[in-house]
Design a protein. Structure first.
Length: 274
């Protein structure tokens, strides 16, 4: 399995220091993951038929204690209760509403950090959004390496899993466990083909601060890097830096170098050896 990391040249230290950048799970901007306030759905205002209303009155009469039923007949009870029809209909609608879904608790994510990886190196939206508008570079990583596949990292649990895309938000009993809010996203994001690596913050080799945000840095073995792809908008200076790093540093002597090219006829991208 191949995994791809989209970067800007501001993050060339990922290669220089062999460190993946993780962000805090709750520091991401996706409000669905953090359970920001959601609208409370009002009871449906569909008309209640007279037949259903009368059945509800009979149900209420049957629910009365025996001593109360002995005081009034069903017909008299229904006649008097019918005068409160708006209030009774409101109660009927509230009972008909489905139970509020119990969402995963965001608080459980406080101790976790996330690294976002992707399945494709030639996705135009990813290059624009995460590859510094085509001015950055993409690192191909060996997703089958034990660094990713081992259930533990430094004796701490880790989870590597593709994101599941669905229009329905996950509940606490979602099929994907643990941390379902991290591994579910809306169907509109399915084009990303994202894979997330989740680790406890405390397992990080270093913690850094940039722009009032904490990043958790995890060392990785150089053999994890298989290819580096330079964006088509990368500057000559950035290209020179990257080429020099990969050519001189013996850790990367087997790493392939490639460039991103535009298709002449279609809105597509191509990765070609440098």
């Amino acid at each position: 399995m191949k995994l791809y990391l989209y970067l800007s040249f501001r993050h060339l230290d990922v290669l220089r220091n062999n460190r993946l950048h993780f962000s805090g799970a709750l520091e991401r901007q996706d409000p669905f993951e953090n359970n920001r306030p959601s609208v409370r759905k009002a009871p449906e205002q569909t008309p209640i038929s007279n037949e259903d209303f009368q059945a509800e009155l009979r149900r209420q009469y049957a629910a009365l204690p025996a001593h109360m039923q002995s005081l009034v007949t069903e017909d008299y009870f229904c006649e008097q209760a019918a005068k409160k029809r708006p209030a009774i209909e409101k109660q009927m609608r509230q009972r008909q509403q489905p139970k509020v879904k119990k969402l995963p608790e965001a608080k459980k994510l406080e101790s976790l950090s996330v690294c976002r990886l992707f399945k494709s190196p030639d996705n135009p939206v990813l290059w624009e959004r995460y590859g510094d508008n085509y001015k950055g570079f993409v690192v191909e990583l060996d997703g089958g390496h034990s660094y990713f596949m081992n259930p533990k990292h430094k004796e701490q649990p880790q989870v590597l899993r593709p994101v599941t895309y669905s229009n329905e938000r996950p509940s606490v009993k979602a099929r994907v466990q643990p941390f379902p809010s991290l591994f579910y996203r809306g169907e509109g994001w399915s084009f990303e083909q994202e894979v997330r690596l989740v680790r406890p913050k405390e397992a990080a080799d270093k913690v850094a601060n940039a722009g009032n945000q904490e990043f958790f840095l995890f060392n990785f073995p150089p053999g994890l890097v298989k290819q580096v792809i330079t964006g088509c908008n990368a500057s000559a200076e950035d290209r020179k830096q990257l080429k020099q790093l990969l050519s001189v540093d013996l850790r990367f002597k087997k790493v392939q170098q490639a460039n991103l090219w535009l298709d002449p006829d279609l809105f597509e991208l191509h990765v070609k050896p440098a």
